[in-house]
Write a protein that binds this ligand. Structure first.
Ligand SMILES: [Fe+2]
Length: 255
């Protein structure tokens, strides 16, 4: 049914797409599309994210890291504010957004692609290394495809994407469960580590990874990266900014 946007059961999804070797079958290469959304289109999303219809989530997942590194009180910590466009394809309030984004998704990434999750992210603390595979998709398009990032501004900040892929969100689970051995050298130079990562992302992880691509946040550009690939933010505090905002989508396709 065209209008059936129901989701796969979490246990079923986890078994098939996260805990198995399923992800090894094919890879979605990283891509950048400049001017993916116009100023007027970005404004429509911006306005929608500020409306009463969004589902708000206060993310504090980096709280323990912030406490350990900077002594920040976990009670007052904010990793990010999420303004989620819940039930994206069926809620009438989002139909304007769907009309903008769906034709662009299909003409760029192919027919049968869906934004199985979409939100406006206000990032207040740089994300550590993770992947975006775990969110269950819709039955019409169950297979995880690309994570998309469409920034609202130009920022002196990069997203790093690594070649290494896995279903486990936490990279140490990947390393331990799959018995991954470290490389002899780090995948970034000491200079780059100091500039882009210190002290947030553990340097030891750089021995298990190789850089696939980086994306410098640019207003209206769309960056696409495989949802199973490990990725992280640079430490944008080192580049003089405290926050960044973007539209984030976790896309999926038919099998
Ligand atoms: Fe992510």
């Amino acid at each position: 049914m065209e209008n059936d946007f129901s989701r796969i059961k979490k246990t079923e999804y986890t078994q098939k797409f996260i805990e198995s070797d399923y992800y090894k079958n094919d890879i979605f290469e990283s891509k950048v599309y400049e001017n993916f959304l116009t100023d007027a289109e970005l404004d429509v999303f911006d306005e929608a994210a500020r409306s009463d219809y969004v589902f708000y989530v206060h993310d504090t997942s980096m709280g323990p890291v912030s406490n350990r590194l900077f002594g920040e009180d976990p009670e007052s910590h904010t990793t990010a504010n999420y303004y989620i466009f819940e039930n994206f394809y069926s809620k009438p309030e989002w139909s304007k957004l769907v009309d903008i984004i769906q034709p662009k998704l299909e003409s760029t990434f192919g027919e049968g692609i869906y934004a199985s999750h979409i939100h406006v992210l206000e990032s207040c603390f740089p994300y550590g290394l993770h992947n975006d595979a775990e969110q269950p998709n819709m039955n019409i398009a169950p297979k995880p495809a690309w994570t998309l990032i469409i920034p609202f501004d130009d920022y002196p900040s990069k997203t790093y994407v690594f070649n290494e892929r896995c279903g486990y969100k936490d990279p140490w689970s990947w390393i331990h469960n799959e018995n991954i051995q470290p490389n002899e050298t780090y995948c970034v130079s000491d200079e780059t580590y100091e500039k882009d990562f210190v002290p947030i992302t553990d340097k030891e992880l750089m021995k298990y990874l190789t850089v696939e691509s980086t994306f410098t946040w640019k207003r209206g550009s769309c960056f696409a990266a495989d949802r199973y690939r490990y990725h992280c933010s640079d430490n944008y505090y080192n580049h003089g900014i405290q926050k960044k905002r973007a539209i984030i989508m976790w896309t999926s396709v038919k099998e």
